[in-house]
Write a protein that binds this ligand. Sequence first.
Ligand SMILES: [Zn+2]
Length: 282
Amino acid sequence: MKWQGRRQSDNVEDRRGISGGKIAVGGGVIGIIILLLNVFGGENAKLITPVLEQMQGGQTQTEAAAPLSEEDKQLGEFVKVTLADTEDIWGKIFAENGMTYKNPKLVLFKGSVQTSCGGASSASGPFYCPADQKVYMDLGFFEELKTRFGAKGGDFAIAYVIAHEIGHHVQTLLGTSAKMHQEQEGKSQAEANKLSVALELQADFYAGVWAHYNQKNLDDGDIEEALSAANAVGDDAIQSKMQGQIVPDSFTHGTSEQRMYWFKKGFKTGDINQGTTFEEIR
Ligand SMILES: [Zn+2]
């Protein structure tokens, strides 16, 4: 993607220099407990952490920031330009439809992070938290996508994932996510999973719509990079890699083929009304 010298979003919170968040002075056992709570504690961690910090006399400090490498810095700038592109494009699409787009934040972190949806670690992969309307990403994920899941890599693989997470933000603003969660209630796990697949594929479709309107900034091969990433993160691809067998009822994101199909459909049409995954994927 052509990104150098272009507008960078102000909505990126770069926390990569602050791995693990706050630790108690002296570290030791308490420090480790706090870190573990941050990773696994979810909602409760927010309540428990301050208590433990008090036990240490209230003294906490932020872990010494590891300086970012030149590559880290470049990646950060790339993420800011990509987020700016989503702001411009979705701002315009919403305005054309008589709505107002609210810019989300994007948090870059390394290791673990606290969110309004609970604690998370790099292992969660990139995600969107509707409660604080922020996208959380550890860019280490993209190395893994290449080395473990055989994706091509490339900058547009990152752009695709950002655009997918922003797709969830769009679904939140449009009320689609809330409606989906409501519909899931009382359903069997398999039925609930199907609704989740529809939501995820629609986010892929929205990523395609975004790429459609960003064509002037695309390089040759960018769409292939996005498709290769979509292919790598299909439920069937991940399950066969991780557990050696495929259980379609447990799919929550859709197959590689479906993910590529819906991204491509969004890219070709650029029409937000054609993301009809809830009607078609049942
Ligand atoms: Zn998703």
